[in-house]
Design a binder for this molecule. Structure first.
Ligand SMILES: [Cu+2]
Length: 468
């Protein structure tokens, strides 16, 4: 805790110092200078500088996705800024053409961004292990960006009230595993997210034309491992549930002591991270600390503004508190966003594999997910998964041992979700929608006595999102 506070203090002092040094040049223009700029429109084809972009009012900026802002032939300094503003959580990125649902407010020479998303859900599931619950997963993000010379800083804070709005430390989700509640491994249940989901500082600076170097430090943050985590992913925006492959693919989005270095050249990016590998504990209100004992590396490709592809691998030191092994995680994913009238159609294909160094098991997970706006108020959404699960009976050690001896330890589970959300205008500031989804599962015959032949889950929800 104390170390984290010191780091933050250091970071804010550093920004303050650089900012003060730089403010003469960019921060505090005189009214006279500003009116001169406005009076002389830039010559056609002249590069647009930062201050001119600021001169645009928000109604002009709002309709633009990030890539079209990038297309405006800006000077090198703003390349760094645009890269930072494309980031979802930590340094992870969605396709550039996805218009992030965020509200931008300029405070002096700082650009601040706000995003918020909450679901109020009732879930009911069938079968011997199914249950029901009323709960609310939610998160809020505030970010502030400031350019300094040719580079740019972004401070990001993400908060979640899950720990208060998801009672008893979990919500029901058949076949979900990962993390613990009341000292026991969670089975058929999803954990809440931490109050501080992310708190980090990003700095990007162009090295040459089309080449940007980037540094990220986060006491709590998202290392360069896996796809954009599901709470921030375009294709998962209308799904309140976590994927069953969360702990195979994107669960490291809340890690501690994250340090990342990245280099982006044109459509290619390479990153490396060090971080503390153990997953969050049950007290969701604190920031935990630990040594940087885990690493990851990620290669990303942006062939066009609609596509994003990543391949990543990492070694997580002792991620699960209840099992002794380390995990070597490999992931690959492909994300596609197609802007269309009424909204963007976003899809993802994800593969994630965990190799456990203690059990020597290789467990795979596959996910396909899509959100399609049929009209601008109606969203169709779907997710299909195949996940190899070896912890489904960890809450019943006797049974687990018996099954291990007779039918094996690992069971391939299929989960197929189809859902629909309809936006209903309730507020000027919030995008509210009501929806429902249905999940059907496939499972090996050997475990049907415990889950039923055809378990089903139904969720009905109200979705609330800050309007851009
Ligand atoms: Cu998570």
């Amino acid at each position: 805790m104390r170390r984290t506070a010191l780091c933050l203090l250091w970071a804010s002092a550093f920004i303050g110092a650089v900012y003060a040094q730089d403010s003469g040049a960019t921060g505090q223009e005189t009214a006279d200078e500003r009116s001169k700029q406005k009076a002389q429109p830039p010559a056609k084809d002249a590069p647009m500088d930062h201050s001119q972009m600021k001169g645009m009012d928000h109604s002009q900026m709002k309709g633009m996705d990030h890539s079209s802002m990038k297309g405006m032939d800006m000077e090198a300094g703003n390349q760094a800024e645009m890269l930072l503003m494309d980031q979802a959580s930590g340094t992870s990125m969605s396709p550039k053409s996805w218009p992030m649902p965020m509200r931008m407010v300029e405070l002096g020479s700082w650009r601040t961004m706000f995003m918020a998303s909450a679901f109020i859900v009732d879930t009911q599931q069938s079968g011997p292990r199914g249950s029901g619950k009323f709960y609310s997963p939610n998160w809020f993000m505030g970010a502030a960006e400031h350019s300094v010379g040719k580079g740019s800083f972004l401070f990001q804070l993400m908060l979640s009230l899950d720990a208060a709005t998801i009672t008893r430390r979990s919500f029901p989700e058949l076949f979900q595993t990962g993390e613990t509640a009341f000292g026991k491994p969670l089975v058929d249940a999803q954990h809440p997210h931490n109050f501080i989901m992310a708190m980090g500082l990003n700095y990007a600076r162009p090295l040459a034309e089309n080449t940007i170097v980037q540094f990220y430090f986060a006491p709590v943050g998202d290392p360069a491992l896996g796809p954009v985590a599901f709470p921030h992913r375009a294709s998962a925006a209308e799904l309140p549930q976590a994927p069953l492959g969360h702990h195979w693919q994107d669960s490291s989005h809340i890690a501690d002591e994250v340090v990342t270095v990245g280099i982006t050249h044109k459509m290619v990016r390479l990153e490396a991270s060090g971080f503390y590998g153990t997953e969050p504990g049950e007290n969701r209100w604190i920031i935990q600390t630990g040594p940087i004992n885990s690493w990851s590396t990620r290669f990303s490709l942006f062939p066009s503004k609609n596509w994003m592809v990543q391949v990543s691998a990492g070694r997580l030191a002792h991620p699960e508190r209840q099992s002794p092994g380390d995990v070597v995680r490999s992931t690959a994913s492909l994300h596609y966003t197609r802007p269309r009238p009424g909204g963007s159609w976003s899809s993802s294909l994800i593969w994630g594999r965990n190799h456990d160094t203690f059990t020597h098991r290789n467990l795979n997970s596959y996910l396909a997910e899509s959100e399609l706006p049929i009209t601008h108020r109606n969203f169709l959404t779907g997710r299909a998964e195949l996940v190899d699960k070896d912890e489904l009976f960890s809450d019943r050690p006797g049974l687990e041992e018996l099954l291990d001896r007779t039918v094996g330890s690992t069971f391939r589970i299929g989960a197929y979700t189809i859902g629909y959300t309809r936006d209903i205008e309730l507020s000027r500031y919030w995008e509210t929608g009501v929806g429902a989804n249905l999940t059907a599962y496939s499972l090996p015959g050997a475990i049907q006595p415990y889950y039923g032949d055809h378990p089903l889950g139904v969720s009905v929800y109200l979705r609330v999102r800050l309007k851009p």
